[in-house]
Write a protein that binds this ligand. Structure first.
Ligand SMILES: Nc1ncnc2c1ncn2[C@@H]1O[C@H](COP(=O)(O)OP(=O)(O)OP(=O)(O)O)[C@@H](O)[C@H]1O
Length: 598
């Protein structure tokens, strides 16, 4: 329950809805209890006056008696109807306030979680599965909503009804009240347990359903592999097995559901029988009137749903508390990479300095960068090469402060990057990642991601500089072509170049390209580099690559090995060293690039 306290701030934000909702609930209930009271009065009126009526039968007075009786009955009928309408109206207002409040809280909570996800470090995303992140923002929030809306609505209704009705019942006859109410707690407990069973079964069905969906999804995506390996039958069998398990669970849930309603009816029936039996005896004994008995029967029926909802509300709250606990777990994680106190914006001029930087990935303990020193002057073009796993991408990640080094420091424009506000730092660096990601949007908007206010001319220019304009113009709708999820309609090289265009449109002083030309052919590569050369003229560029760009005049080439600089210098200097670089160059010249991807 303590986990749900995190939601109190939302209740405070929505206090007027909550207060009004509770008020409407109370008013609606007050109107609803007039019905049994009036029924009692009708019954008593009839039973008291029926003997007199029989005496007057066949006399001229009988007509007058009948007429006034009918008028009284009509009056009660209309009154009951009016009270029912009033009660219904306030019930409507109750839902309009409490359920609307729950939707506002759901909206607020979803946004809070989403914003928090946005602030968290890469590490967090590496350590948690996407499915888990998704389910906390969707399913868990839905369960929490059941607490802040329906559970509060039912609980308040139940509380008001039980208090008012039990008060009225005790006022008539305490003993009969005790007998009548005795089966109801069992009803509440039964509902609680049955609800839990139903919930567990539904959860299993839900999990099986998502299993079936992913089997189907995977087989559609991998249909070529399935067909070429003639595995259609095995794939169908796999699906059938999952479907069969789902069917069995669904049938089992249907059985429990089917038992639920009759069991409820039985409990209600028992209470009514008990009321009539004990109440009948009380009427004979002269302790209560026939009207009281009729009133009691209605009270018992009115109490059924509240008692039924006690069990329901209890399990709703239990589930919401478990979900909120899961949500709180994430909300309480603090990002490690944040703005430090006193951080001041700095104009990044392209100068980068790494001073004895050592970095170890926290959750794997792999030291990817070791005692690393480097000085890049404004406007320099640096190539970083090295074997897979030598730490090249990690170096790029450190520069944009996705991680902070454990030792040493990184300076830009003379300031330690930990002393620069994150937004200020990242907005002045363009980073093209190794694994391209394009959003499900148009080509133009994907490029515009680097500069949201850029006009079409600017977008076209960036595309031209990234040598992808011709490809884009070849699409049916040009720059307005929609890209599917993860850019499925584009080739790997096209995606890479759109991603480069996105970086260029930002027009920063410092650009980092992380092996982002791997999917283009040699001719396109040549063209891109030619275009980039002009674009990068006064800018600082760090190009991480597997290949040596003979065309590009790098100011410095850094060869990395196990997180350290193994060799550094210009193309000529490195060749004369006759080390790793020279060997790599020789291999590339002969067309054999294998050693690089060992
Ligand atoms: N997110 C991460 N968490 C933990 N360890 C990582 C992570 N990313 C990389 N590593 C490890 O750090 C080391 C350096 O990896 P990095 O990706 O920087 O190499 P790289 O030179 O860029 O390789 P490639 O050329 O294949 O991209 C490797 O041993 C790798 O396993």
């Amino acid at each position: 329950m303590k986990h749900l306290a995190a939601l109190n701030k939302y209740f405070i934000q929505n206090k007027w809805r909550l207060i009004l909702g509770l008020l409407f609930t109370a008013i609606s209930i007050v109107f609803s209890v007039f019905q049994p009271i009036m029924v009692r009065q009708i019954f008593d009126l009839l039973s008291h006056n029926l003997d007199e009526y029989r005496l007057l039968e066949n006399t001229p007075l009988s007509g007058i008696f009948k007429g006034s009786f009918s008028q009284i009955l009509a009056f009660y009928g209309v009154s009951i109807l009016i009270f029912a309408l009033l009660s219904g109206f306030f019930l409507f207002l109750q839902r309009q306030t409490l359920i609307v409040m729950s939707r506002h809280i759901e909206y607020g909570l979803k946004n809070e979680i989403y914003q928090h996800y946005q602030r968290l470090d890469l590490n967090f995303f590496k350590m948690h599965r996407t499915g888990d992140l998704m389910s906390r923002i969707t399913e868990d929030v839905s369960r929490v909503r059941m607490y802040v809306g329906p559970a509060i609505m039912y609980a308040s209704r139940t509380l008001f009804l039980i208090v008012i009705i039990i008060y009225l019942m005790i006022d008539v006859n305490p003993l009969l009240t005790l007998y009548t109410l005795s089966p109801l707690p069992f009803l509440a407990i039964t509902i609680y347990y049955v609800n839990r069973i139903i919930h567990k079964k539904s959860e299993r069905i839900q999990a099986q359903l998502s299993g079936i969906t992913s089997i189907a999804q995977e087989s559609y995506s991998g249909i070529r592999v399935i067909k070429s390996y003639v595995q259609e039958e095995a794939s169908t069998k796999h699906f059938e097995e999952a479907s069969e398990a789902y069917k069995q669970s669904s049938i089992s849930l249907a059985k429990t559901d089917a038992l639920f309603q009759p069991a409820m009816a039985l409990m209600i029936g028992l209470s009514v029988i008990l009321t009539i039996f004990i109440g009948g005896l009380q009427v004979i004994a002269g302790n209560i009137t026939v009207g009281n008995l009729a009133e009691f029967v209605i009270y018992v029926n009115m109490l059924m749903f509240p008692f039924f909802s006690i069990g329901m509300v209890a399990s709703m709250i239990q589930r919401a508390a478990a979900s909120q606990q899961r949500i709180n777990e994430f909300l309480q994680i603090k990002p490690d990479i944040t703005d430090t106190a006193g951080a001041k914006p700095v104009a990044i001029n392209g100068e980068v300095r790494l001073d004895a930087v050592t970095f170890t990935y926290p959750h794997t303990g792999i030291t990817a960068i070791k005692d690393f020193n480097l000085h890049i002057k404004p406007g320099e073009k640096i190539a970083v090469i090295g074997r897979t796993g030598s730490g090249k991408s990690t170096l790029a990640q450190l520069l944009i402060r996705m991680y902070d080094p454990q030792q040493g420091k990184i300076l830009m424009g003379g300031a330690d990057i930990r002393q620069i506000p994150l937004e200020n730092l990242r907005s002045q660096i363009s980073y093209v990642p190794q694994d391209v990601f394009l959003f499900s949007d148009t080509v133009a908007n994907n490029i515009r991601f680097g500069d949201p206010v850029a006009d079409l001319a600017k977008v076209q220019q960036a595309a031209r500089q990234a040598s992808v304009e011709k490809d884009i113009l070849g699409f049916n709708e040009g720059f307005e072509t929609a890209i599917g999820e993860r850019g499925v309609t584009l080739s790997g090289g096209q995606k890479q170049r759109i991603s480069i265009a996105r970086a260029l449109i930002k027009n920063p002083q410092l650009l980092i390209f992380d092996d982002c030309l791997s999917a283009v052919d040699a001719r396109t590569e040549k063209e891109i580099i030619g275009n980039l050369y002009a674009y990068l003229k006064d800018k600082t560029a760090i190009i991480i690559t597997h290949r040596i760009f003979a065309l590009f005049e790098f100011d410095k080439i850094i060869v990395m090995d196990e997180g350290r600089i193994a060799e550094a210098g210009t193309h000529e200097e490195l060749l004369s060293l006759n080390g790793y670089y020279a060997e790599l160059y020789a291999r590339q010249q002969s067309g054999d690039e294998e050693p690089l991807t060992e």
